[in-house]
Design a binder for this molecule. Structure first.
Ligand SMILES: N[C@@H](CCC(=O)N[C@@H](CS)C(=O)NCC(=O)O)C(=O)O
Length: 211
């Protein structure tokens, strides 16, 4: 049987790739990963060869090629439902939070791109980014439920979606409310995230904006 193959971008920069990678790990599904360096002359061809949508992450299963981070996480949840909260209401809230992350927060993404090797340092933030940061914290506060350090008690896909956000908040030294800071600290101390981050530190590829 062919193994699951997850095509990802550079671990240092690819926040979209980190999410399904974490979910596959937490689900306990065996998979192989293939990294496609982003921003090289070959990137476009290499991604188009493995992804109908022309982006990574892309997961190849026995039956299908799935090329969107959320779609991959949903496929994993069909194999291992525990990656969503068990309670129906919490699951609906988790899906709402994940969909919101998937489709919004553009100012935060553009101003504070994920760079796991960046020495934490504050930058000047515009109003739109400050608004995204406030909205994110308010949303976490509103949806949080259950016992445990994660957004919905035990770890779920929602926490995978917010791990890159926690990494951004750390890298750009963004001051958070205590509850949000605790949540980010929990995500950044996760052993699977730390394994990904260690791999990122070993990558030699650098974006051209990185001097
Ligand atoms: N909505 C997509 C976005 C994925 C995405 O934008 N991936 C970036 C890398 S992080 C990409 O493949 N960019 C194409 C390129 O660099 O040519 C998802 O959730 O998977």
């Amino acid at each position: 049987m062919k193994p699951l193959l997850l095509h990802i971008g550079n671990k240092r920069y690819s926040s979209w790739s980190l999410r399904p990678w974490l979910v596959l790990r937490k689900a306990g599904l065996a998979f192989e990963e293939i990294m496609i360096p982003l921003d090289t002359e070959m990137t476009r061809t290499q991604i188009n060869d493995v992804s109908v949508g022309g982006t990574v992450p892309a997961l190849h299963t026995q039956k299908a090629q799935i090329w969107d981070s959320l779609a991959i996480c949903e496929w994993v949840a069909e194999q291992v439902p525990e990656v969503w909260p068990a309670d129906e209401t919490a699951r609906a809230r988790a899906r709402s939070a994940v969909a919101y992350m998937h489709a919004s927060f553009f100012a935060l993404r553009n101003t504070c791109p994920m760079d796991l090797c960046r020495e934490p340092e504050a930058i000047k933030l515009d109003d739109a980014t400050r608004n995204d940061i406030a909205t994110m914290q308010a949303m976490w506060q509103q949806v949080q439920c259950g016992d445990g350090p994660y957004l919905f008690g035990r770890w779920s896909i929602a926490d995978a979606f917010f791990t890159p956000v926690a990494a951004r908040f750390h890298s750009y030294d963004i001051q958070l409310h205590p509850a949000a800071q605790n949540y980010c600290d929990t995500l950044l101390a996760d052993s699977d995230f730390l394994a990904w981050k260690a791999d990122a530190a070993r990558e030699t590829f650098r974006y051209s904006f990185d001097s």
